[in-house]
Design a protein around this ligand. Structure first.
Ligand code: CUA
Length: 288
C-alpha cells in the first residue's frame, strides 16, 4: 500500500473512532452507533417497528447473499462442464412472493394504525399548548399564560413582526409569553404543538422524541403531540436545509419536573404585544 493510501486510511479510522466516542457526543447524549435515547411514550413502538424491520431485512440479506455466494462458487466455470438450463420453479416463486406480501401488509397495517394514534387522535384535553414557529435561523416559541390558552394562530397573519400570526386583541393571547430558541416541557405531561414557519420550510426534529414534522409556510400544524417519559436536555434541530444558517438552527430543549416547569413559566414575563420580543438575529445558542 502506498504511503498516501496508508495515511488516508489511518486518518479516516481515527476520525470515525473520534466521532463515535467524543466529538459528536456533545450534540447527542449517546454515541452515534445506535439509536439515540428515547424519551417519548410513542417512541417505544416506533423503535419496536425499527427493530422488526431491521431483523427481517438483516436475516433476508444474510440468506440472499450467502445463497448467492454459494451459487457463484458451485456453478463457476469449469473446463468441460456444460451449463445447466433452468426454466424456474413455480412453487418456489409462489412461496417467495406470498411470504413478503403478508410481511409487507402486516407492516403497513401496523404502521398505519400507529400513525393514526400518533397524529390523528386528539391529544388529552389537559395537554400543554405550545406554538413553535421556525424562521431563518431560529425558533420562536410561545407558551400560554395562566389561562392555559394560546392566542389563536392564523397562518395568513404570520409575518415579520408577528411570527405567531396572533390577533393582538385576542384575549387568550394577552397573557402568553414567548422565548427564542428555548423550550421547556414538563415531564409526563402531554404537549400539543402548533407548528408554523415565517419564511421557508423548516422541520421540527428531536430524535429523542422520535418526532419529525416539516413546517411549510402558510400552514399551522396542530396535530403533533407527545408526552416525555423522562427528564433530560435535548436539542431541537431544524431538519430541512433552509438556507445558509441551517446548521446553527438549534433550540435548547429541556424536559423537567412539573414544579420546575411551573417555576420557569412563572418567571417569564407575559408578552405585552402580540408578537414576540424581537431578538437580535445573530443570537446563537451554544451547542450542547
Ligand atoms: Cu430551518 Cu434548516
Amino acid at each position: 500500500m502506498s504511503r498516501f493510501w496508508r495515511t488516508g486510511w489511518v486518518g479516516l479510522l481515527g476520525w470515525i473512532v473520534a466521532a463515535g466516542s467524543t466529538g459528536w457526543a456533545e450534540i447527542r447524549e449517546a454515541g452515534v452507533w445506535w439509536l439515540p435515547r428515547n424519551v417519548s411514550h410513542f417512541g417505544h413502538e416506533i423503535d419496536f417497528m425499527i427493530y422488526v424491520i431491521l431483523w427481517l431485512t438483516g436475516i433476508t440479506g444474510i440468506l440472499v447473499f450467502s445463497t448467492m455466494i454459494y451459487f457463484i462458487v458451485k456453478y463457476r466455470h469449469r473446463a468441460g462442464v456444460g451449463a445447466i438450463h433452468s426454466h424456474g420453479n413455480n412453487t418456489l416463486e409462489v412461496v417467495w412472493t406470498t411470504i413478503p406480501v403478508f410481511i409487507f401488509l402486516a407492516l403497513a397495517i401496523y404502521g398505519n394504525e400507529m400513525w393514526g394514534r400518533m397524529r390523528m387522535q386528539k391529544p388529552p384535553a389537559d395537554a400543554l399548548q405550545v406554538a413553535v414557529v421556525g424562521e431563518q435561523f431560529g425558533w420562536n416559541v410561545r407558551y400560554p399564560g395562566p389561562d392555559g390558552k394560546l392566542g389563536k394562530m392564523d397562518s395568513h397573519k404570520i409575518g415579520k413582526d408577528n411570527p405567531f400570526g396572533i390577533d393582538p386583541n385576542d384575549p387568550d393571547g394577552k397573557d402568553d409569553f414567548t422565548t427564542y430558541n428555548e423550550l421547556v416541557f414538563p415531564v409526563g405531561h402531554p404537549v400539543q404543538l402548533h407548528l408554523g414557519s415565517k419564511d421557508v420550510i423548516h422541520a421540527f426534529y428531536v430524535p429523542e422524541f422520535r418526532l419529525y414534522q416539516d413546517m411549510v409556510p402558510g400552514r399551522v400544524y396542530d396535530f403533533v403531540w407527545f408526552k416525555a417519559d423522562s427528564t433530560g436536555h435535548f436539542q431541537l434541530a431544524c431538519n430541512q436545509l433552509c438556507g445558509q444558517g441551517h446548521y446553527k438552527m438549534f433550540g435548547k430543549l429541556s424536559v423537567v419536573p412539573e414544579e420546575e416547569y411551573q417555576a420557569w413559566a412563572k418567571g417569564k414575563a407575559p408578552a405585552t404585544i402580540a408578537s414576540s420580543a424581537p431578538m437580535p438575529a445573530n443570537t446563537s445558542v451554544a451547542n450542547r
